[in-house]
Design a protein around this ligand. Structure first.
Ligand code: NIG
Length: 403
């Protein structure tokens, strides 16, 4: 394998600062270059100091940043809920009840159909710069369909979360369903999963039920994540902090005590701005969380019900334009901050940062700096994506950029 010099980088966002501060000068190199070898970054720094290499790619003065790390998606599903979306835009509230529609369609689908649909979305995300992605089960909700969903999830995602506790499906007693989720279903899905997750919310699972599910998952060797405080003060955030969860996701309705608890804990608040907009919930208080000292991440929550987008760039632009973050804070939360929620922030397997020895997984913007992600909202700026040292082969953008 030869060495490959990537040059012509107007601004390289590395996110490699040990201090873990988005605005640190260490995280940004102007007029930069990288050498890629064996899928990893062999050298990174100012272009003027770049060593020679066997091959060379000139990016022509474009910005480079780590690939997006999308750690909250639900890609394994069948069916369409655009009618529910239209009704919501006409004033109907979002509720957990819509999940049952997707469960029925998912149960009726073959494993192949589930994989093909999930792969379509995974590729859609990759084309837009996502190089690491988590996805969940949670639309099967019986032993056979959840297991099938876990197989499909593992085929398309870098990490899988087991969300048997999404809602109690129709036709089964609540207690019997909890026994299934914490017993045979957990045993069947755990070999494919890295995390257990629960929807702790009115209409889904209360705090005691959620604790039971999460402790069973942890006993089976899984990390812990929680859907919490999406539609109200569900107690999910307090539970996540109590259990030392890797992440609590949504966080739309937070008390001062919730914010203080997150600030004092290693649990990351994963915020889902596209979902907030699509469900007309208040935007999660990203600024308040950061100012209090909590760690945050952004994710798409790509799913057919509450957030049907795979665009991390949309989430970043929303975080800047509507949630009060700087561009660098938002980019950090969509890359290295997100990596923290899956235990992949540091070390040889780290994602979400670009550093010597790390994975060469990055995206190229057709813009001179990351500020254009919010300065030019809605514009598909990602024009090339590299994952583990290989450029992903998508059709070139209109206008024929040749890199
Ligand atoms: O994260 N909140 C729970 N689950 C998904 C949405 C599920 C759906 O409406 O289909 C979410 O928003």
């Amino acid at each position: 394998m030869s060495t490959h010099l990537v040059t012509g980088i107007s601004e390289l966002t590395t996110q490699s600062s040990e201090e873990a501060r988005p605005e640190s000068a260490e995280n940004r190199v102007l007029d930069a270059a990288m050498i890629v070898e064996h899928g990893r970054i062999a050298w990174i720094g100012p272009a003027a100091n770049a060593p020679a290499a066997d091959q060379r790619t000139d990016l022509g003065g474009r910005a480079v940043l780590p690939g997006w790390v999308d750690t909250h998606t639900h890609l394994v599903f069948a069916g369409d809920r655009s009618a529910e979306f239209e009704a919501r835009m006409a004033g109907q509230p979002y509720s957990a009840g819509g999940i049952a529609t997707t469960v029925a369609a998912t149960r009726a689908a073959t494993e192949e159909q589930l994989v093909v649909n999930a792969l379509r979305l995974r590729l859609e995300a990759a084309r837009q710069g996502t190089t690491f992605l988590e996805t969940k089960t949670g639309y099967g909700l019986d032993l056979e369909s959840e297991t099938r969903s876990a197989v499909a999830a593992a085929a398309v995602a870098d990490v899988v979360s087991y969300l048997g506790a999404h809602v109690v499906p129709p036709g089964i007693d609540r207690r019997d369903y909890l026994d299934l989720v914490t017993g045979p279903m957990l045993a069947a899905v755990a070999p494919y999963a890295g995390f257990v997750d629960v929807f702790c919310e009115t209409g889904a699972f209360d705090v005691e039920e959620s604790r039971e599910v999460l402790l069973a998952g942890r006993a089976a060797g899984l990390g812990v994540r929680v859907h919490g405080n999406q539609l109200g003060h569900s107690g999910g955030v307090a539970l996540a902090v109590e259990l030392g969860a890797s992440s609590v996701d949504h966080c739309n309705h937070l008390s001062d005590a919730d914010v203080a608890a997150l600030a004092d804990s290693p649990t990351v608040a994963t915020l889902l701005p596209a979902c907030d907009l699509s469900t007309r919930q208040p935007l999660a208080p990203a600024r308040r969380l950061l100012d209090a000292g909590a760690s945050i991440a952004f994710a798409t929550n790509c799913n057919p019900g509450s957030s049907y987008t795979s665009s991390m760039a949309f989430c970043v632009a929303t975080a800047v334009l509507q949630m009060g973050l700087t561009v660098r804070e938002a980019v950090w939360a969509a890359t290295r901050g997100a990596a923290r929620t899956v235990g992949a922030e540091l070390g040889p397997g780290a994602v979400g940062s670009l550093r010597t020895g790390g994975h060469a997984s990055f995206q190229v913007l057709d813009a001179p700096s990351v500020s254009h992600l919010a300065y030019r909202p809605g514009v598909p700026l990602t024009v090339a994506v590299w994952k583990n040292g290989e450029r992903l082969g998508f059709a070139p953008p209109a206008g024929g950029l040749s890199l």
